[in-house]
Design a protein. Structure first.
Length: 160
């Protein structure tokens, strides 16, 4: 990153971090996750710095990035909740854009490698064979890990 890009990102951070954090917190009601999602928006902006700098509204660009990140997170949590917790009639009928702390606890209950398997197999619906190749393990090993993970997840979240 050039010096001018660093200055640009610093200025964008100074002016927008508080706004992004407030927006994320209002949507998800979880302090730590709101911080992480706000930082993810800046990470994305730094990866696409040239595009952000050319934008007519860099603050709008980064706000839209955060909205996308939150929307993607919400989708992931909805799928995880669907596969790993019993869904009540009230949950099925309730349409909300807000997260509750429980949904974030689902993701935080998994290790990084477990969440990768959950996300790729159950959310992104990548075939087990492709996941196994990606991880460099045998198909049956991957299948067994997913079965164990699903069984463990049902036990973890049965009382929720």
């Amino acid at each position: 990153m050039t010096e001018s890009q660093e200055v640009f990102m610093y200025d964008l951070f100074e002016t927008m971090y508080g706004v992004l954090y407030a927006y994320a917190y209002a949507k998800i009601n979880n302090h730590h996750r709101a911080e992480e999602l706000s930082q993810d928006a800046f990470l994305l902006a730094s990866e696409k710095i040239d595009e952000v700098m050319r934008s007519n509204s860099p603050s709008g660009w980064i706000m839209n990035a955060l909205k996308y990140i939150i929307k993607r997170e919400h989708r992931d949590m909805t799928y995880a909740k669907k596969y790993f917790t019993p869904i009540s009639i009230d949950d099925a009928l309730c349409s909300t854009t807000k997260y509750d702390d429980y949904e974030f606890e689902i993701r935080e209950a998994f290790t990084e490698s477990e969440w990768f398997l959950v996300r790729t197999a159950f959310i992104e619906k990548i075939p087990i064979g492709d996941i196994a190749k990606l991880l460099g393990i045998e198909y049956e090993t991957c299948k067994k890990r997913l079965q164990k993970l699903k069984k463990d997840a049902k036990l973890r979240f049965a009382s929720a």
